[in-house]
Design a protein around this ligand. Structure first.
Ligand code: NAP
Length: 246
């Protein structure tokens, strides 16, 4: 793997780039809005989209809502020998789009790092990373790199297995966190551990973009039923409490 391009230089890419540059010297990035200063700070080349898509390794790290437009409009200029990774927080939709639009000769490895700028701010060693080796001959060396160089706990899953579990792990958790963030909780020094953990979850996810939240909820086909099950349970609990209190 001689040259690597990261497509999209948002919060996740900027957080993860140092882990790539520690191990590879030729790293380029492209972003929709100008992020050349951020690229210079992280010592990576800021290139055009055409140049980025000509690299041997292409890491798609934009919001999921842009995947289809990106792949559809640029299928002809993507290096047909590239190995294409994504890091999206859902897996079925991006994999479907990569299979639909990428040249047949591209290798495809879908990934989901189960950490981000907040949860990984003190380092990523031991953190979970899901990979879905969709079409690749390099699975062994990719897992070796992630597990032995980055010291991640690598989990191989199908896109469907990933999304089914993420409906609880992410869709439910982020839904609760946004709900808690939406109500004004007055300051208190009378804290319990459970209360502190709830506030921690809210704070941990507060920096996520709206695009990321929407993708976790709307692009995971299993998320809606989990949210509804949870809302119904809350309604039932409230109903039972009202009956008891009357
Ligand atoms: P994000 O809001 O999901 O993505 C931001 C990036 O997408 C920016 O580079 C933004 O460009 C670009 N973008 C958005 N709409 C675009 C469009 N229409 N055309 C071109 N570019 C567009 O935030 P993120 O946290 O950096 O996530 C990036 C990827 O990492 C996502 O696939 C996400 O699921 C995944 N991920 C995130 C985390 C996390 O904790 N943040 C963890 C694991 C995986 P501009 O700067 O120009 O707006």
């Amino acid at each position: 793997m001689n040259n690597i391009a990261i497509i999209g230089f948002g919060p996740f890419s900027q957080f993860f780039t140092p882990y790539i540059t520690q191990n590879f010297s030729d790293v380029s990035v492209w972003n929709r809005s100008d992020k050349s200063e951020e690229a210079a700070k992280l010592d990576v080349k800021y290139v055009s989209l055409d140049e980025a898509l000509s690299k041997e390794v292409i890491i798609l790290s934009t919001s999921i809502s842009f995947f289809e437009e990106l792949l559809k409009n640029n299928a002809k200029i993507i290096n047909p020998k590239a190995i294409v990774f994504d890091v999206a927080s859902v897996k079925m939709k991006p994999v479907e789009l990569m299979l639909k639009y990428l040249p047949q000769t591209c290798e495809i490895v879908a990934t989901h790092p189960l950490f981000g700028p907040q949860s990984g701010k003190d380092g990523i060693e031991g953190k979970n990373m899901v990979i879905c080796p969709i079409r690749t001959t390099k699975q062994i060396c990719i897992i070796d790199f992630l597990a032995n160089k980055l010291k991640l706990n690598v989990m191989v899953r199908t896109p469907e297995e990933h999304d089914k579990q993420m409906a609880y792990v992410q869709a439910l958790t982020h839904f609760v966190a946004r709900g808690v963030a939406g109500i004004k909780i007055p300051y208190t020094d009378q804290k319990t551990i459970a209360f502190e953990k709830l506030i921690d979850v809210r704070n941990l996810l507060a920096g996520d973009s709206d695009d990321l939240f929407l993708a976790i909820q709307n692009d995971n086909p299993f998320a809606k039923s989990v949210r509804l099950e949870f809302l119904n349970k809350l309604n039932d609990l409230n109903h039972d409490l009202n009956l008891e209190n009357n």
